[in-house]
Structures are given as structure tokens and as C-alpha cells.
Design a protein around this ligand. Structure first.
Ligand code: SF4
Length: 311
């Protein structure tokens, strides 16, 4: 069965599974940044490119949710074309033979944008069929909803657990490379507990399982409602969905401080910090993460100092 790798919570794994293909969450690691990034390049996007380009026999679904990922999809397509020996002048990142699919997820929330997301899922379905998947019938849809995952879940971003004596904190940011989940442990070693997890792939981007009969009746309608209508993210405009998700949970869980993080050159999450820090009205810290395989001493010291100030 062909593997289809994806990274974003806006890619419904259940839709891939319904086409008889295997959805695989890409476990992005700082080791994959390789010799490092070029100036202006997000280390996470670079790690996605490097990891994907080693998998010759797979398909990839990336999302046009930021310029860096859009560029990563083009880069990856060109890389595969080069391997196929395509003439330099004939190379085209949008070639139909490419194993890379770029899912356009509109930033806005209005009804035309919803229709566009729905149309993009249909286009993804056609891509999957062209690449060896099958057009799903009712039993494929039922089966994929029963056995498949509805959402992205990144196991390495699971916090260790909530200790009652610790200072409850929220962690908020985009995708997190495997090694950088160490930031949860550093918080916990310094007297905090991650009581609200706003990293990508954690509770912020979870969707509620749907009704199988609705999925069979109108799969694209249900997926649009589950994913497009409910997941707040830094690229969405207006970006109030993130604050709407964060602020009530902060109150419910008596959160006392918020740790934000953003990768170097990630303008989206860096910009988001300003408005979210204002909205939560709590002590907050912004960490900048690079492509290093361990958290830097500077990052660890900043977490320690932040925790000290909250105790
Ligand atoms: S970390 Fe930021 S810049 Fe990098 S891929 Fe994600 S959203 Fe884009």
C-alpha cells in the first residue's frame, strides 16, 4: 500500500485512507535539517524537504499555509524531477507526475473560502486516484472513518503529565520538531506543568469524530466542517480563532503563564505572539527555535528564569 506523508492538521488522514492509501504523519526531526538552513529559510520547512526527499516511493501532501511550505512543495517537486532525469529547462514544480500535492488552505473563513477548501479536498482525491488510489465508495468511507485517524496527533508533543503542585502553564506555537519537545521537560523540571497544549498536532488542532452516515452522505462537506471550520491557526485571517480557543481554556485551567515558540524565520507565529500575549493578559515568554538538535543553553536559561518569576 502506497504511503502518503503529510504534516498539517488541515490534511484529513481519513480522506487519504478512504482512497485505499496509507496516511503517514511525518515525524519531523531536527536531524533532518542536515547541514543547516540558508538565510531566510525556516528550519522546520527545510527538515520536511530533506526528510521527504529521502522517500522515493511515497506521495506527499503539503499545505500552502505559509510561504515556506509553499516553497518547500515546489522545491521537493523539482528535486524529484531531477531524479527522474528531467531536462533542466523542462522542470515544472506543478508537473502532474510529481508525487507532491500542495493543498491550498484559504486563510479566510468566509463561505467562498470554505468552498475552495472543499474543492481542494476533491482535487486531492483526484490526485490520489491518479497515483494509484481508488475512488472511495460508501464502504471505503465507512471503513476509513471506523479505523482511520481523523486527525493529526504528534506523539512527541504529549506533555509528561499535570502535577498538582506545579505551576500550570500553556505552551503555544506551530509545528514542533521531535527534539524540541524537550521544552516540555525543561518546563516540568523547573516546577511547571503543561496544562494546556497549543502546539500543532495537540489539543489545539484536534477535531471531534463525526457521524459515519454523514461522512458517507457528504464526505467533503463533513471534512470541511470538521477541519476548515474549527481549527484556528496563525495563518488564518482574521486570526481571532486562536484567541477564541486559548483564552477560555486559560481561565478554565487556571493557567499562570504562557510559553510561545516560533522557528527562526517563521513570521506567522512570531507575529501571532504579539496579539496572543495581549489577549491572554498573563506573563508570557517567546522562545526562538532553530535547527539545533538540542535546545540551546540560552533557551533553557530563559525557561528557567521565566519559571523562577512565576513561583
Ligand atoms: S514553522 Fe512557520 S514558517 Fe515554518 S513551516 Fe511552519 S508556519 Fe511555515
Amino acid at each position: 500500500m502506497k504511503h502518503v506523508y503529510y504534516t498539517s492538521p488541515f490534511v484529513p488522514p481519513v480522506w487519504i485512507a478512504a482512497h485505499g492509501l496509507k496516511p503517514c504523519l511525518m515525524n519531523v526531526s531536527a536531524r533532518d535539517t542536515g547541514t543547516g538552513t540558508s538565510p531566510g529559510e525556516c528550519p522546520y520547512a527545510r527538515a520536511v524537504i530533506n526528510q521527504a526527499s529521502r522517500r522515493d516511493d511515497s506521495l506527499f501532501v503539503l499545505t500552502a499555509t505559509c510561504d515556506q511550505m509553499r516553497r518547500a512543495a515546489e522545491w521537493l517537486s523539482l528535486e524529484f524531477e531531477q531524479r527522474r532525469g528531467k531536462d533542466e529547462k523542462a522542470k515544472d514544480p506543478y508537473d502532474l507526475d510529481s508525487p507532491v500535492f500542495l493543498l491550498n488552505v484559504p486563510a479566510t473563513w468566509h463561505s467562498a473560502a470554505r468552498d475552495r477548501y472543499r474543492a481542494e479536498l476533491a482535487r486531492l482525491g483526484r490526485f490520489l486516484v491518479r497515483k494509484g488510489g481508488r475512488s472511495p465508495d460508501a464502504s471505503d468511507l465507512r471503513e476509513s472513518l471506523r479505523s482511520g485517524r481523523l486527525q493529526l496527533h504528534v506523539p512527541h508533543t504529549d506533555p509528561v503529565g499535570v502535577r498538582t503542585t506545579a505551576v500550570p502553564l500553556a505552551v503555544v506555537g506551530g509545528p514542533l520538531m521531535e527534539e524540541h519537545a524537550e521544552l516540555y521537560r525543561v518546563i516540568e523540571r523547573n516546577g511547571g506543568s503543561v496544562a494546556l497544549n497549543g502546539s500543532e498536532g495537540c489539543e489545539r488542532s484536534q477535531v471531534t469524530p463525526g457521524d459515519a452516515s454523514e461522512f458517507v452522505r457528504d464526505p467533503l462537506g463533513m471534512l470541511t466542517a470538521l477541519y476548515f471550520d474549527s481549527i484556528g491557526d496563525a495563518f488564518r485571517r482574521p486570526d481571532s480563532g486562536l484567541a477564541r480557543w486559548l483564552v477560555p481554556r486559560i481561565e478554565q485551567r487556571s493557567i499562570r503563564g504562557v510559553v510561545f515558540y516560533a522557528y527562526t524565520w517563521c513570521d506567522l507565529w512570531r507575529a501571532q505572539y504579539v496579539s496572543l500575549a495581549e489577549a491572554v493578559k498573563l506573563p508570557s515568554l517567546l522562545l526562538e527555535l532553530g535547527g539545533e538538535e538540542r535546545l540551546s543553553a540560552g533557551t533553557i536559561t530563559r525557561i528557567q528564569a521565566f519559571m523562577e518569576s512565576l513561583r
